[in-house]
Design a protein around this ligand. Sequence first.
Ligand code: SF4
Length: 179
Amino acid sequence: MNLNKYLEGKEVFEFNTVKTSEIPFTGKFLKYCEENICGQYNLSWTCPPAVSYIKEQEKIKCGFTDAMVFSCKYDVKDFNDIEQMDIARNKTMDILRETVKEIKRNNIDCLAYGCSSCKICGVCSYPHQPCRFPDDAIVPLEACGINVFELTKKANINYYNGEKTVTFFCVIVFNGGNN
Ligand code: SF4
């Protein structure tokens, strides 16, 4: 599957591949998760403590060779407009989910990491019931300890894209190159 060609047809701003061995991992985000800055700590199957960044790191490094990093950029009138920010974030997650489905349709194994905790269900079944859609639930990049700023440098894509814009990032890890 030519992932570049596929993403060219989507509302993706920039993309590039790196080797999974180049992905910069860090444990420092865990303390932000524990401070519950985003309000999802201990509330989702896709966030700590249900997700261990050490285990995600192992899964990525031991199971996959290549990583596609992509960004979606949106114009923002008001950064305090939570609804608009959520719409933009959800659009990015939709592109990520569609891309993963296409990759899997091509019989390529992959794992995806996104720009927010999973919001598929109104209320997550965590912790009392199993995840309702484990094949579709996606872990945020920060929850698996990926340093997004450093990753954009490795992937040669912009982290900051100018005033009045917001940029969201996603990563898909897979095997077998991109052609
Ligand atoms: S699919 Fe539903 S149950 Fe599973 S992590 Fe997402 S919100 Fe939670």
